[in-house]
Design a protein around this ligand. Structure first.
Ligand code: PCA
Length: 212
């Protein structure tokens, strides 16, 4: 049985929890669509997070990698379309680093597209009444950093492995005034997203339903 690597992030910005970490822990070791899911945790630290991710890829030899992160304030589950080659941190990471306007990979491509079927994932989640939309930017903090590091690693060393990034909203416990989704809904969403990735080697064409 082949592995799927699913990562989440530790809490950051003074938060007590990060739903992406909880989801990765919950789905760890699940069997989904004839694959075993390996759930793992990444530090919210520039540089170290990519190193750890590369180590996990070597260790588990997955044929699909999905990295999760929290996007507080968003109302939907958002598969990301594109990773860009820049770190531009609004706040310090968990090691106190705050890179500004710094390329992630010197002389690397400006951007990489996700190789996950992002539109098919959105379609599937909406079929199950889970709010979902394609996102056109993963920001310029540690999530985009890891997403770019992932796609660079896959494109340079593991062309047969697909990968991408999905941002998730807050859980209700984290906020009083921002949108949120219950943990169970998000876990179901990520399970469905994983199955969709296995089912759809190519993405579908569908219009609409995007957020910027
Ligand atoms: N979200 C942050 C970093 C870690 C996380 O879960 C981001 O969107 O960059």
């Amino acid at each position: 049985m082949r592995n799927i690597l699913l990562t989440g992030f530790e809490p950051f910005d003074g938060q007590a929890l990060n739903p992406s970490e909880e989801i990765a822990r919950e789905i760890n070791d699940a069997k989904i669509a004839r694959h075993r899911v390996v759930g793992a945790l990444l530090p919210c630290v520039f540089g170290t997070a990519i190193k750890e991710l590369k180590h996990l890829i070597k260790l588990h030899d997955p044929d699909l990698v999905i990295c999760l992160g929290q996007a507080g304030g968003r109302a939907e589950i958002t598969p990301e379309r594109v990773a860009i080659n820049i770190d531009d941190a609004r706040i310090p990471d968990n090691a106190g680093q705050q890179p500004v306007d710094k390329p992630i990979v010197k002389d690397g491509p400006v951007a990489y597209f996700s190789t996950l079927p992002i539109k098919a994932i959105v379609q599937e989640l909406r079929k199950h009444d889970i709010p979902a939309a394609v996102s056109q930017t993963a920001g310029t903090f540690v999530c985009n950093h890891v997403f770019y590091g992932l796609m660079h690693e896959l494109s340079t060393h593991r062309a047969d492995v697909r990968g991408g990034f999905i941002h998730v909203p807050f859980v209700p416990e984290q906020t009083t005034d921002k949108p949120s989704l219950p943990f169970e809904k998000m876990t179901e969403a990520v399970r469905l997203a994983i199955a969709t990735c296995v089912d759809y080697r190519r993405d579908i064409k569908s219009a609409g339903g995007q957020v910027s």
